[in-house]
Design a protein around this ligand. Structure first.
Ligand code: SAM
Length: 269
């Protein structure tokens, strides 16, 4: 049954409070929900079969065009649609880049890859800490057609607002797996192709290595790098040469370089 939009002008409204509360990791964990902002990101969500639980838009902004199409879709799908006053939207939207539309979705995690397909490339991130890095990696994984991203151990929340924004919509396209380090190490034992760890102590240049498919690319954490156990589980360790005196590359940049190298010839874009 198609619902009707509801006008909201009070900052004290319970729905407004509930959506705001999703800024807290604890609340996202308890509810399994998250917020995505901006019409283009919501279009990507629609393309990937996600249906919002709630759609909020600035009053008067959805009378035509893309915004109207999104509201019509959300109503048809049975989502709650809230037409919010400027003040209410300002409370809900991010401060640095406020959008006229945002929506609440259910988080989605998939089981670890059991039988990866021949040409699959998966990315495993050990204890990734920075949501901006994670979002950028998810976006890059999408760009190279990676099969998914595996979050190993205690990681930052992929559904944090900053991460969702950095994915630019790829949060809806790239399968995400959560796993403990122990379970990850066990699954590595039956991986058929190469498990490629990027490591500062490695000797092999990532540009010269050949990568046996299906490939599992493993990245260390921003602070401490890769744990010894995870490094031992890799079938090869590669390094990205650096000319300067710097310690390392940014995690997301390093991931992008190696992902494109692995995809190399096989990538038809
Ligand atoms: C910011 S770095 C962590 C640096 C950390 N101090 C260490 O000792 O590994 C995060 C991850 O990016 C990857 N990485 C960054 N620069 C790299 C490079 N030049 N060669 C290989 N891997 C690199 C590694 O997986 C590393 O664990």
């Amino acid at each position: 049954m198609t619902r009707e939009p509801k006008a909201i002008t009070s900052l004290q409204n319970e729905r407004v409070k509930a959506i705001r509360a999703l800024e807290m990791r604890k609340v996202r964990k308890e509810t399994g929900l998250f917020v995505a902002e901006g019409a283009s990101i919501l279009i990507t969500a629609r393309e990937h079969g996600f249906v919002p639980q709630t759609l909020v838009y600035r009053a008067g902004s959805a009378d035509s065009g893309v915004a109207r199409g999104l509201v019509t879709w959300a109503l048809k799908e049975g989502a709650e649609c809230l037409e919010a006053s400027e003040a209410v939207l300002a409370k809900l939207a991010s401060k640095d880049n406020p959008q006229a539309m945002l929506a609440v979705f259910r988080q989605r995690f998939v089981p670890p890859p059991d039988k990866p397909k021949r040409d699959d490339v998966w990315v495993a991130l050990e204890e990734v800490r920075d949501p901006g890095n994670l979002g950028t990696i998810i976006r890059t994984a999408d760009a190279v057609g990676a099969a998914g991203v595996i979050l190993v151990g205690t990681s930052c929340d992929p559904y944090a607002r900053e991460c969702v924004r950095a994915t630019m919509g790829s949060i809806f396209a790239v399968p995400l797996v959560r796993t403990t380090r122990e379970a990850f190490l066990t699954s590595c034992m039956s991986w058929r192709g190469d498990i490629v760890g990027t490591h500062l102590d490695a000797h092999e240049d990532f540009r010269r290595a050949s990568y046996r498919a299906p490939t599992l690319l493993v990245m260390g954490s921003e602070g401490p790098g890769m744990s010894e156990e995870v490094a031992k589980a890799c079938t090869r360790l590669v390094k990205i040469p650096m000319a300067g005196q710097l310690d390392s590359l940014n995690l997301a940049v390093a991931t992008a370089l190696v992902l494109y190298q692995i995809r190399g010839a096989g990538l038809s874009l």
